[in-house]
Each structure stands twice: as C-alpha cells, then as structure tokens.
Design a protein around this ligand. Sequence first.
Ligand code: UDP
Length: 415
Amino acid sequence: MHAVPITAKKSIADYAEVIGEKHYEELRTLAKAAKGRSMLHVNATAYGGGVAEILQNLVPLLRDAGVDAHWAVLDAPPAFYDITKKIHNALQGMKLDLSEAEKKLFLDVGRENAAQLTDADVVLAHDPQAVALHHFAKDPGRAGWVWRCHIDLTTAHQPVWSFLKPFVQEHDASIWTMPQFVRPDLKQKVLIQAPTIDPFSEKNRDMPIEEAREIVRRFDVDPGRPILLQVSRFDPWKDPLGVIDAYRIVKKEVPGVQLVMIGSLADDDPEGQEYFDRTKKHAGGDKDVFLFTNLDGVKDREVNAFQRASTVVVQKSLREGFGLVVAEGLWKGIPVVAGKVGGIVIQIQDGVSGYLVSSPEECAARCLDLLRDPGLRKHMAAAGREHVRENFLITRDLRDQLGLVATLAKVGQTQ
Ligand code: UDP
C-alpha cells in the first residue's frame, strides 16, 4: 500500500458558522478526548467515487482535531480490481461464482498490503477491497480495527457474503450507512453512520452563480436553457441509459432541455470505459446530451459549477450505498430526482426535499414537474439543504470518527 499525500489544511473553527456553536463545542470536546492518538484509513483508490471524496476531506479535519491521521491506498494488479468490482456487484445482488484462483488473488493482495501497514491506534478499512488486512496484519491486537461498508448489502449474493463475513467479523466493529444494510447473521458491534459532504471543499464551496454559468458555457452547455445533470461513475447501477431514456421523454415536452452526464473514470473501476462507450452510443449523437469525464478537465470545481448551474439534479441509481451526489445537489439548493434505493431514501424526503422514483417514466414526470414550476424548485431545494445541514455534513462524520478514536484506541500498546 502507499500513503496518499495530504496537502489540504482544514480548520474545524471554519465550520462553526455552518453547524452552529453547540455542534462546534461538541466537536471541540470530542477532539480533546482523541488528541494525540493515531488513525489510519485504508481504501482502494485515491481518486473517483465517494470514499475517496470523503477521505480527502475528513483526514485533514481529523488532523486539525489533533489526531495523527493518515490515508493509505492498496497496491494491487488490475486483476484484483476486476475481482473486487465483481464482488461489489455480487454484494448488490448479482450472482457470482468466485473461482479458487480469484479468491487466492484477493487474499494475496490482502496479505501483501497488510505487510506494509504502518502503526496506528485505530485502523479503518473501507469496503471489501480492504477487508482482509486485519486477518493478515502482523499484530492486529495493537490497534482498534473497524470495517466500514459503503455498499447496500440488502440483496447480497449469499456465497460471496459468506466468503467475506469471517474477515468482517475479525474487526472490533463495523460501520454501515443504514440499519437495513447490516447482514442479519453478522455477530459484531455495529455502528450506523451515513457518509457526508464537506461544505468547504472545492466540490461544494459557495460559488457565485455567474462563475458557475461561465464554467458551464466553456463546455458548450447553454446555462440559459434547462439542464438535467447526473454526476456518476459510468456504471450499470447508476443507470446512465435510463437517465437518457428519461431525458428523451422530457425533451418531447421541453424541447430546450439539455442533459449533462459527468463521470470520472475511477482507478478501481475497470468497467468505466466500457459503460461510458455504451452510454455514448445510447445518446446517439444528440447535440443536447453532453458526456464529460475527468479526462475532459471536469474536476471538482467544474462539478461544483455544473451542479449549481443545473435546473434538476438526477441520480437514477438502481442500487446505491449512499449517493454523495444527492447530498451535493441538495446542499447547493438544487432539487434532486433520484432512484428510490439504498441510502438515497434517507437523503430525500419524497415530495418534500426532492422526489424518489423507480422508472425512467417516473423520473421524467418528476423532472417535468420541477422544470415547469420554479416555486416548487425553490421550496424543495430549501428543505433539502436543511436536511443535509442537519445530517450529512462532514462535521457529523468527524464527530463519529473522533468518538471511534477515543473509544477504540488501545492506549499504551502502540507506544
Ligand atoms: N464524482 C466526481 N466526478 C465525476 C463523478 C463523480 O467528482 O465525474 C464524485 C461525486 O461528486 C461524488 C463522488 O464522486 O462526490 C461519487 O460518490 P457517490 O457516493 O455518489 O457514488 P460512488 O461512486 O461512491 O458509488
């Protein structure tokens, strides 16, 4: 594994104005209890996807709180990511027969990476990719170990879960986004902690609407016409083809509408390019459908701009662990129409802070409601932003993590 350099500096004091004095004081108290301890986060990729997004913001905040926090990413050959993507798909309900050779490679990567673990009071391993580290760690008893699952396991393919479960259970605790995701046969301390967004990151910081529109214009998208936006990896579970189908229905009623789909090609997602190509084909050369990736220069600032300049944010997932992009849209005061799945349902109160949908037709109908009614858009957006402020800002994650550091560190043993 290798360390991800943490260059960003963040100050918890800056967040007081967003979360209020009471929550800020609570953070300061927790920071005192965690100060001086060390924490290591391990995941599969430093770029692309929700986990990387959270860690790049959370680790600097943990440091500001006095925790010696680090982030490391696994080293693995491409074949490992082919396997872990299949495991991810199986945990979301697809059938999978893992061969003995695949299991061996999966475990070999765990063993090799565990040999490079650096000392920490608490280790937080994210998702199936990092689940076997504890098993192969030289002296796992020296640290408190937590496994955080960002995936919706409600319909997990049992044989694959059975393969992973013993590794999960070796941890002192596991963290899940929603109680419904926790497998009933898991015998372990379980914590429910939903992911969060950073209101001051480049992705979410305030940006004047004129700046946002200017950026959008640079990509030949017309900010003067309605924009539907989906920001997602190109992945079947994010249903990019269904988004295009919904857009086509909307287009019949609102001919000026444009569809923008932004999807980074993440390091640990081997299917990305293939699904990007399929999406492009499905768009069939429509001049009002725009597909962008990080390779076009669409990075955090640009995603921020597109989210702010859009009329409706769409997240038509068919399965979703959480869907940070939903919170990102709501926080920016943009109404969101999203799949009624996984962690999306705790972000959107249907009909209040957005709409939950289960088909392209429904998605199109709700987008049309919003496109036609600016008052409704404003009303929903305001409700959405408050819901995010209360539940899904990074300071909530920080609070939970400081609690973990204070309670799980095995004081004295790593000295
Ligand atoms: N993201 C991005 N550029 C893209 C696609 C996604 O910056 O082209 C970000 C997005 O803004 C969000 C994260 O990646 O912060 C995706 O997290 P989410 O939980 O929505 O989905 P995941 O990829 O983890 O399944």
